[in-house]
Write a protein that binds this ligand. Structure first.
Ligand code: SF4
Ligand code: FES
Length: 206
């Protein structure tokens, strides 16, 4: 059996099993770190793309995404430095710019808004970008991307959890958007309506 790794988390000595991420150890130790693209559920691979979970690692020039970073022996990790907190706040503020007004939001109790409340970032100085038109071509599921943060969770849900491989991400940068097959309307795609991609997204409640 491989030995556990000992490292420091917010000044406390903690242990990680091989392969455990900083985020997983923090959760076990009762240290709360925001997360959006990481879904804490079986079968969901961490992707490290939203940067909501950034932490400070002593001696490292840049912050690390705790949902994909595994600790090493003797590492000193701080979740509460001003630099880490500011970086996480900026992520939420940038994402908030593209959210519908909370009063008109499809899910005002989404994980996104719960985390925003918790870190006290509920508005944005930045301009919103245009959103794709809703797709109501499917008889059972309407696709409305007005609150999408392009976290890629729906892709992992469809491709890796249900192994249907219908959804992919198209375009780049702030234009990145989930699409079905070759950007087909959902109702004309190979979607089998399993519903996995709809449940527990950060812009919607679980
Ligand atoms: S509902 Fe369709 S698109 Fe969503 S995970 Fe299931 S097969 Fe994929
Ligand atoms: S939750 Fe870690 S990068 Fe998104």
């Amino acid at each position: 059996m491989t030995e556990a790794i000992t490292f420091s988390l917010n000044g406390r000595e903690v242990k990680a099993e091989q392969g455990e991420t900083i985020w997983q150890v923090a959760k076990r130790e009762g240290v709360v770190i925001p997360h959006l693209c990481h879904k804490d559920a079986p079968g969901y691979r961490s992707d490290g793309n939203c940067r909501a979970c950034m932490v400070d690692i002593e001696g490292e020039r840049v912050l690390a995404a705790s949902c994909i970073r595994t600790p090493s022996e003797g590492m000193v990790v701080n979740t509460a430095t001003e630099r880490a907190a500011r970086a996480r706040e900026m992520v939420f503020e940038l994402l908030a710019a593209d959210q519908p007004d909370r009063d008109a939001h499809p899910d005002p109790d989404s994980d996104f808004w719960k985390w925003s409340d918790r870190i006290d970032v509920t508005s944005s100085r930045f301009a919103a970008s245009a959103k794709p038109a809703p797709d109501v071509s499917h008889p059972a599921i309407a696709v409305n991307l007005d609150a999408c943060i392009a976290c890629n969770l729906c892709v992992r849900a469809c491709r890796e959890v249900q192994v249907n491989d219908v959804i992919g991400m198209a375009d780049r940068g702030s234009h990145t958007v989930p699409v079905f097959d070759l950007a087909d309307p959902m109702g004309l795609s190979t979607c089998v309506a399993c519903g996995e991609c709809v449940s527990g997204l950060p812009d919607r409640g679980a």
